[in-house]
Design a protein around this ligand. Structure first.
Ligand code: NAP
Length: 257
């Protein structure tokens, strides 16, 4: 345990999660629900018996279906975030899925591009979490899921600001977990390898399908698990963090870029 002068923010071990929650009969809110992993979340939640899914999208109304309630939501717009939380006041699962990935190496990426990734991936996620925390509390605690990435734990220069934003998202997720445990909210971080969506369009290499990501996340909500690692690479990376400069960046001494 790390000793701090102020007892009020001393780091204490988290107690084990008391319980997960059933997807069957739940009411969920998904951000970025119109395509990719977000759309797969909507389908999978309904497939497992969620009684209602609010589909947050920047273009309102593009996700339709029985038991789907479309909500116009740009997560960087505070008024829209607060309005979404008021509309979805019966939600007991919130999935912070919306995100962007702007390519850029650290020395040349434009600061505007970097700011945009942080605006969406960090501050947008924080904004939604703040707005929905009282909703989850009022509905018994529920679950808050933050879709992070294996890049929370490992970076590559061409995706430097995206990885930095997902690392910040990881830290934020841990802080949210500490604060929300008092209201019995399960906070689950999702660390996935590459997934075949518009975000990875044109990239080579093996890809998971969106369905392969969302299935384990819904399992985790039901089991009360606080982290979901999807694919082999996140497990390798997490197991390497005790010595990551040697194990994850072996070419760095040769100027790898
Ligand atoms: N694909 C991967 O390899 C991978 C791996 C690990 C983690 N992830 C994470 O998974 C999440 C979903 O990614 P994806 O692969 O499904 O990407 P995607 O296909 O590009 O979809 C991104 C979604 O986020 C929405 N979005 C972007 N900015 C938004 C904003 N300001 N407000 C509201 N919605 C916004 C998009 O809406 P519009 O249609 O309006 O643009 C879209 O619905 C992201 O957080 C991403 O970082 C992806």
């Amino acid at each position: 345990m790390i000793a701090h002068r102020s007892k009020s923010w001393a780091i204490r071990p988290l107690p084990p999660t008391e319980h997960g929650m059933r997807i069957d009969g739940s009411i969920a809110f998904v951000t970025g629900a119109n395509r990719g992993i977000g759309h797969a979340f909507v389908r999978a939640l309904l497939g497992r018996g969620a009684s209602k899914v609010y589909a947050g999208t920047r273009t309102p109304g593009v996700v339709a279906g029985d038991d789907v309630v479309p909500v116009g939501l740009d997560i960087t717009n505070r008024e829209q975030v607060l309005a979404a939380a008021a509309i979805a006041s019966d939600a007991d699962i919130v999935i912070n899925n919306a995100g962007i990935a702007t390519p850029g190496r650290p020395l040349t990426v434009s600061l505007d591009d970097a700011r945009r990734d942080f605006e969406v991936n960090v501050l947008g996620t924080l904004s939604v979490s703040q707005a929905f925390a009282p909703v989850l509390a009022a509905n018994g605690g529920g679950a808050l899921v933050n879709v992070l990435s294996v890049m929370s734990w490992v970076t590559v220069p061409p995706m430097s600001v995206y990885a930095a934003s997902k690392a910040a998202g990881w830290s934020l997720t841990n802080a949210l977990r500490l604060q929300l445990r008092d209201q019995n909210t399960l906070v689950t971080g999702v660390f996935s390898d590459s997934v075949s969506t518009d975000m990875t369009d044109g990239l080579a290499g093996p890809m998971l399908s969106p369905a392969e990501v969302v299935g384990p996340v819904l399992d985790a909500i039901e089991a009360g698990a606080e982290e979901v690692l999807v694919g082999d690479y996140p497990r390798t990376v997490k197991a390497s963090l005790h010595d990551e400069l040697r194990l994850l960046y072996p070419g760095r001494d040769r100027g790898a870029s």
